[in-house]
Ligand binder design. Structure first.
Ligand code: MN3
Length: 382
């Protein structure tokens, strides 16, 4: 029995994780659940899974939840303190890091220091603090299992392979809802258009990031850290059908790919079982119904997300925080109707003009300091 602590249990990855846990009751216990502020869904989850601890980040939401579940013997906590506390519990065997955004950094690092294995869906954490987390994992004998579908695919392709013979990571991208459009044609796209992803049903933040290809930019950096390759050796290939979830090209020119229908259940389950296969009753690929698989070059002139991410990485690790923080706030502004879609790029580019050269390999405190400076700069200006 593996005891799980799930950060972000009310989100898309969190709810699917709990569905798997429900199907595999004999293998998993739910030790703690955490979310940002969704009291209604959290109450339901607590009543169903009966964890020992529950955290709602927002204090008023935690108080509300505490009142509602008085009849249960569950400890309710809040804030960053609460998140860090449950991530380091003695009884915790694996942390499922599935919160959205940089809020996941502190608890993830705390869990690594406490020697907990991590199932990582929270890519922003690795993008901004990969230079801290990867060495810390080695030091503490912690395994990092990717939940992101592309990275799970790469992990599967690399299994039992000679890492020294890796030539390139071929990271696939659906291209999102705006694939094929030119810059001018994106001027007036709506939030509804951006949320209309052709293949994947995901949370709002990542769906918008997919439309701007910022998500793919984050994933290039994520792949660099997870698989210890140079960033130039991660190549993005647009593959609109999302059947190939990513590939690895080796020095003998062999290419291994992992295929599947676009469904997060497999990568989540594969991570929960530490990279071991378990049966899954759901849908299988029907090759005879696939008419074709397409592969295209990314249009970096229109969709600047990948290039901005790679440029920020190459400038010094601190700029991945600038890139990510600026995107987090721009993404939220777009959701709130305060800016247009293309202004997401403007805001990121603007933030990247800020000078933070004083810390090219920043500490956690410096990362969080730069994050708040970027938020402050953008919220004053836009
Ligand atoms: Mn992905």
């Amino acid at each position: 029995m593996k005891n799980l602590v799930i950060l972000g249990s009310t989100g898309s990855i969190g709810t699917q994780t709990l569905e798997i846990v429900k199907d595999k009751k004999e293998d998993f216990g739910v030790l703690a659940l955490a979310a940002y502020s969704n009291v209604d869904l959290m109450e339901k989850q607590v009543r169903e899974f009966l964890p020992s601890y529950v955290v709602l980040y927002v204090e008023s939401a935690a108080k509300d939840l505490e009142d509602r579940i008085k009849d249960l013997n569950v400890k309710v906590l809040s804030g960053m303190e609460g998140l860090e506390y449950i991530s380091t519990l003695d009884e915790c065997d694996m942390l499922v890091a599935a919160m959205v955004g940089m809020i996941g950094i502190r608890p993830t690092i705390a869990a690594v220091k406490a020697g907990k294995d991590i199932a990582l869906a929270n890519k922003e954490t690795l993008v901004t603090a990969g230079h801290i987390i990867v060495p810390l994992c080695k030091e503490n004998n912690v395994n990092l299992y990717p939940v992101d579908s592309e990275h799970s695919a790469i992990y599967q392709c690399l299994k039992a392979q000679d890492r020294k013979m890796v030539d390139k990571i071929l990271l696939t991208a659906s291209g999102g809802p705006f694939l094929g459009r030119k810059y001018e044609e994106l001027k007036d796209v709506s939030l509804k258009d951006a949320l209309n992803h052709p293949n994947w049903a995901m949370g709002k933040k990542i769906t918008i990031d997919s439309a701007s290809l910022v998500n793919k930019g984050l994933e290039v950096i994520e792949a660099k850290w997870l698989f210890d390759v140079e960033i130039e050796d991660v190549e993005v290939i647009i593959h609109p059908q999302s059947i190939i979830h990513s590939m690895v090209q080796f020095k003998d020119n062999a290419v291994l790919a992992q295929l599947g229908l676009p469904d997060m259940k497999l990568p989540i389950q594969y991570a929960l079982y530490e990279g071991n296969r378990q049966s899954m009753p759901e849908r299988k690929i029907d090759f005879f119904s696939l008419s074709k698989l397409d592969f295209l070059k990314p249009d970096h002139e229109t969709f600047k997300g990948i290039k901005l991410a790679v440029d920020s990485y190459n400038r010094g690790y601190i700029y991945t925080t600038v890139f990510n923080a600026a995107n987090e706030i721009a993404n939220r502004y777009f959701q709130e109707g305060r800016i247009k879609f293309l202004q997401i790029y403007d805001i990121i580019e603007d933030a990247l003009t800020l000078d933070f050269d004083y810390c090219k390999t920043p500490t956690l405190d410096e990362i969080l300091d730069v994050e708040s400076k970027v938020y402050e700069y953008i919220s004053k200006k836009y």
